[in-house]
Design a protein around this ligand. Structure first.
Ligand SMILES: Cc1ncc(COP(=O)(O)O)c(C=O)c1O
Length: 458
């Protein structure tokens, strides 16, 4: 007798099939986290690779069954994770996802709507429209009909911004600060555009006078990309003055607020983004300072007509007669075809927490960064690069050379004690803490300082 196929996640039987499997997954997550016991596994790449090899063949002739496979793989992955929910895992813009967002993501996986045609995602596509309209209005409060596309993150959003500029103007020249994300260079390469012109940023942000000087030398269409939340230092370019400079030179203005964008939810801090709404396009990621599991990117556009350039027809997805008959045409909302309903987790988060709840999470992380900077300033053996603007704190052992700084970071990684990042600034290498965990306590920060100081003396 042939075995019945494994149960499906959807339909009315789906939840009953998922229930026991979820228990298995949750048990394995718990066991893996306990086994790890810290922010990342000790022992470095060889030890982790050995644990993965110990799983045996990835494609056995006869399967082991759902319980064994989920237990073995989820537990091994959790035991070997760099877990951003651990307060000492603070290297990158690598967010600890909210439990409610991860739970919503389960529903997205179970239902599996695909956002490339209405007949695969009736409610999910309408929900995406509702949420993206609301978020676009946060970015562009004075625009008549702002819109936002859902992306896989800042890289795709920046790429789309360049693509839309190219479609408006032809071979546009991108101008970025030396502090800009590397995705602009790749996007220009991918789109067949000239290499971006780089304005030096010796103080970490673009100087409007230097931008003016650069724009004076250029002819033809230009897109200036400023950053609200630089990757290395969490700095914000002087957006209002850069917007003025762009206007004076008839250059277009894009703001990469992949990191800083969610400050819009904070009453206390949203003023730091003043000037953003003068951009034509704005990149915002909710899988950084927005506590969403990846992916949760957005490209907000001030002029919805800009998106017409992405219009595309494939008869099986958006035939003209279907569109004329009233079926929403989704294909022009992305360069992808099959696309997850990433908006669901965001919709659940916005509704559950509201602007006030999200703003409080932003404020908590901003406060932690100030507290960490205070601790660094008080530590006799450490130097602070500068007071943090967002939630990134750069510090280094006093009088250490760059090799020592790099070695401290790698030692903490190898011992499984802390995940700190690294950044070049001021011609020197710094340790970088990017604080995105609203549960981090002053005691955790003190431990981070102790670890950094202790590693210096070994
Ligand atoms: C300022 C900035 N823009 C864009 C990106 C790219 O975002 P993603 O990794 O989501 O593609 C990053 C990533 O850290 C970033 O810091």
């Amino acid at each position: 007798m042939r075995a019945a196929p494994p149960p499906l996640a959807g339909g009315t039987p789906g939840p009953d099939a998922l229930g026991p499997l979820l228990h298995t997954v949750l048990d394995a997550l718990r066991a893996g986290a306990e086994q790890r016991g810290g922010p990342l596994p000790a022992g470095g790449p060889h030890t982790v690779a050995r644990h993965i090899d110990a799983l045996g063949t990835a494609l056995p002739e006869t399967g082991t069954g759902a319980d064994e496979a989920l237990t073995a793989l989820v537990r091994t992955l959790a035991a070997g994770a760099a877990d951003p929910a651990h307060p000492l895992c603070a290297a990158h813009l690598h967010t600890p996802p909210l439990a409610l967002a991860a739970a919503a993501d389960l529903a997205a996986s179970a239902l599996n709507p695909s956002m490339d045609s209405w007949d695969q995602a009736p409610a999910a596509s309408a929900l995406e429209a509702l949420v993206t309209t609301a978020l676009a209005a946060e970015v562009f409060p004075d625009a008549a009909r702002p819109d936002a596309l859902v992306t896989t993150g800042g890289t795709e959003s920046n790429q789309l911004a360049l693509l839309l500029a190219r479609e408006r103007h032809g071979p546009v020249r991108t101008v970025v600060g030396a502090n800009a994300h590397h995705s602009f260079r790749r996007a220009a390469w991918l789109l067949g555009l000239p290499e971006p012109v780089v304005v030096p940023t010796p103080r970490g942000t673009i100087d409007p006078t230097a931008l003016h000087d650069t724009l004076t030398t250029l002819t033809g269409p230009v897109l200036v990309a400023a950053t609200a939340g630089t990757t290395d230092e969490g700095l914000i370019d002087p957006l209002p003055r850069l917007a003025d400079t762009c206007a004076a030179h008839h250059a277009e203005f894009h703001v990469d607020a992949a990191y800083g964008g969610p400050l819009l939810f904070s009453r206390a801090h949203r003023h730091l983004l003043d000037g953003t709404a003068r951009a034509r396009t704005v990149t915002v990621d909710l899988h950084k300072l927005g506590w969403q599991p990846a992916a949760a990117g957005l490209l907000a556009v001030q002029e919805p007509t800009d998106l017409a350039a992405l219009g595309h027809t494939a008869d099986y997805l958006n035939a003209d007669d279907d569109t004329e008959a009233g079926l929403p045409d989704l294909l022009g909302r992305s360069l992808r075809t099959t696309r997850r309903p990433d908006i669901l987790k965001t919709a659940v988060t916005l509704r559950a927490l509201g602007r006030t709840g999200l703003g409080a999470l932003v404020d908590a992380c901003m406060e932690r960064a100030q507290e960490l900077a205070d601790l660094v300033e008080k530590a006799p053996g450490l130097d602070l690069r500068d007071r943090p603007v967002l939630t990134t704190v750069l510090f280094r052992p006093r009088d250490a050379d760059d090799e020592t700084v790099a070695a401290i970071r790698r030692t903490l990684l190898a011992e499984g004690r802390a995940v700190l990042g690294r950044a070049q600034a001021d011609g020197r290498l710094w340790l970088k803490a990017t604080l995105l965990n609203p549960h981090t306590t002053p005691g955790d920060l003190a431990q981070l300082i102790t670890l950094a100081e202790g590693s210096t003396h070994r």
